[in-house]
Ligand binder design. Structure first.
Ligand SMILES: NC(=O)C1=CN([C@@H]2O[C@H](COP(=O)(O)OP(=O)(O)OC[C@H]3O[C@@H](n4cnc5c(N)ncnc54)[C@H](O)[C@@H]3O)[C@@H](O)[C@H]2O)C=CC1
Ligand SMILES: O=C(O)[C@@H]1CCC=N1
Length: 270
């Protein structure tokens, strides 16, 4: 049980995923979780759904908590944190999940003596299958980093990475659900073209992606070996593999991710 008070500024999709994961894990009492969203109905809905506290204001929340999650959009997070910095407890830890906002720019508004963690979750957190990176600044103690990792592990997997790797994280997990959804959609389209009903096509495609991912995670085998296991000599699968190679699937994925990572770098500089 985590004996700390945790607050969320912003109660949107990602905050909801984290709050839901924490409450369901039983690692923290809902009465120790606080949320402040500028929309009163969002506060109320989260308080009712999870039995947590809706704070009166960002300042009131900041005064209360030991760990504060900044879960607003990147274009407003620095302003929001600057306004509440003076209300935070001296030892409070701030966790930002805003894409492209560096530890240095967070320190510039919160103070260079503030313990800060930069994290990059993804939307599968909403179904307890998230993948989150965690990057603490030099002031965060290892026990505190472990606590933040444990919070993110309550709704998926989490790993500590150096800050320079966050662009890779954005490419390979933060933004990546979007490309996987496109792949599932395309697979389902082809099944529909073969006559399968749409809903059934999504079920077959999505369960196959989930099962294939599970094989990579649990067998320890190289993805190429797992691919080879599917390809019977003279069979159906190798025909599909040939077309995917001809159409450049691998280079399309690599180039798309490089664009994504370049944009992440650009956002961090602006
Ligand atoms: N959606 C995604 O896949 C991922 C998002 N992120 C990051 O998570 C953060 C939040 O994203 P989402 O939850 O998707 O956005 P969202 O738009 O669902 O939620 C943002 C919430 O902040 C509230 N808000 C805006 N200004 C506020 C203020 N001044 N005070 C209090 N609340 C305020 C809004 O009312 C809204 O409910 C962003 O910084 C984003 O970069 C990180 C990883 C993945
Ligand atoms: O598209 C974006 O900017 C955010 C960051 C990671 C996922 N969504």
């Amino acid at each position: 049980m985590l004996a700390k008070k945790i607050g969320f500024i912003g109660g949107g999709n990602m905050a909801k995923a984290i709050i839901g994961g924490l409450v369901n894990s039983g690692k923290i009492a809902p009465s120790d979780i606080f949320v402040y969203d500028r929309k009163a109905d969002t506060n109320q809905a989260l308080a009712e759904q999870y039995g947590i506290n809706a704070a009166e204001s960002a300042d009131a929340l900041a005064r209360e908590v030991d760990i504060l999650f900044g879960a607003v959009k990147p274009n407003v997070i620095l302003k929001v944190l600057k306004e509440l910095a003076g209300s935070l407890k001296k030892e409070a830890l701030v966790v930002s999940i805003a894409a492209g906002v560096t530890l240095d720019s967070l320190s510039s508004v919160l103070g260079y003596d503030r313990k800060i963690v930069r994290a990059m979750p993804n939307t599968p957190s909403l179904v307890s299958e998230g993948m989150t990176s965690v990057t603490p600044n030099a002031l965060v103690e290892s026990a505190e980093t472990d606590e933040v990792v444990a919070i993110f592990e309550s709704f998926g997997k989490a790993a500590v990475v150096d800050e320079y790797l966050i662009h890779s994280v954005v490419g390979v997990s933060g933004s990546a659900p979007a490309y996987v959804f496109m792949f599932i959609e395309a697979m389902a389209d082809a099944a529909v073209a073969g006559g399968m009903p749409r809903a059934q096509a999504y079920q077959f495609a999505a369960q196959t992606v989930k099962g294939a991912a599970q094989m990579v995670l649990t067998t320890g085998k190289h993805p190429a070996e797992l691919k080879d296991m599917v390809c019977s000599p003279g069979g159906t699968t190798i025909e599909a593999v040939k077309v995917l190679e001809e159409k450049g699937m691998r280079s399309a994925v690599i180039e798309a991710m490089q664009q994504c990572m370049a944009k992440s770098e650009k956002l961090s500089r602006s």
